[in-house]
Write a protein that binds this ligand. Structure first.
Ligand code: DGL
Length: 280
């Protein structure tokens, strides 16, 4: 495939700072297997979680431009940190000049919608990276959709490194997951739903389930984003008809593919043979 696609049809682009977006990709492909996908992980510069707004925005914009140049008509930011810190600026400031017919979608809004549906008490907890929690994006989105809700955030700076270092099944993960679950839930006894507001966190789901009390719902993102994309494409046939069909999936990383591919296959539960790209 050339670096600058000119055909009117293109794959769905899925971007994350690292591996986490693969958990979203897997669920999206299960829901919409008919399309082609192009995944890009900026692993060489991950994690984004504690980076400044400006850097997350610049890196995310580079990724979006790259995926557009590779023919993507639609790009999903499968990263809460990028969705929190870069999505709005890209949609409002960059897309009109880059190409107003293309779209960039994030993961926070559909998750916020669903959390509102799942909570009975109106008290919702959010686990996320320091960047996502500091941005207040979940608080803003949930309250926009469900005024009167209470949103409690808690940053879990160790969860992404645990996953990236393949320690999600180890005893260190138990220690940090319990500590962070307790810290979030201690903010209010009324919390009855907790959002996994980072695409890495599904890899810690077994541990999270162990420490979150039974009556509290755990809201993951993969299914929610997949269903939301399906609905979006139903409502936007002008976009749907520009998505290339075939069911293929290509993986790109800014890291060495030999480092990326083994852990990537853990996320997507199938062999991954990635290619290296440089973002500028
Ligand atoms: N996967 C990213 C997210 O959903 C977090 C990883 C990172 O810190 O880069 O926020």
């Amino acid at each position: 495939m050339s670096n600058n696609e000119t055909s009117d049809m293109g794959p769905i682009g899925v971007f994350d700072s690292g591996f986490g977006g693969l958990s979203i990709l897997r669920d999206v492909r299960r829901e919409l297997p008919q399309y082609d996908y192009l995944f890009l992980g900026d692993n060489a510069r991950a994690p984004y979680g504690s980076r400044s707004y400006q850097l997350v925005y610049e890196f995310t914009l580079q990724a979006v431009k790259y995926l557009f140049a590779r023919g993507c008509r639609l790009v999903i930011l499968a990263c809460n940190t990028a969705s929190a810190k870069a999505l709005r600026t890209i949609q409002q400031r960059d897309l009109p000049t880059l190409d107003p017919t293309r779209r960039v979608l994030g993961v926070i809004r559909p998750t916020a919608e669903q959390a509102g549906v799942l909570s009975r008490t109106g008290h919702v907890g959010v686990f996320g990276t320091p960047g996502t929690i500091a941005s207040g994006s979940y608080d803003i989105e949930i309250k926009k959709l469900h005024p009167g809700f209470h949103v409690y955030g808690h940053a879990c700076p160790m969860w992404v490194p645990l996953v990236e270092n393949r320690e999600s099944d180890g005893p260190g993960a138990d220690y940090f997951v319990k500590k962070d679950v307790d810290a979030l839930l201690s903010q209010s006894p009324l919390i009855d739903a907790v959002i996994l507001g980072c695409t890495h966190y599904p890899l810690l789901l077994d541990k999270i389930r162990r420490y979150v009390p039974e009556g509290v719902k755990i809201v993951g993102q993969g299914d929610i984003v997949a269903r939301s994309l399906r609905d979006y494409l139903r409502r936007h046939p002008e976009m749907e008809c520009r998505l290339r069909r075939g069911g293929a999936c290509e993986y790109l990383t800014t890291e060495e593919p030999a480092k990326f591919s083994p852990l990537a296959s853990v996320f997507v539960r199938e062999p991954v043979d990635a290619s290296h790209v440089t973002l500028v």
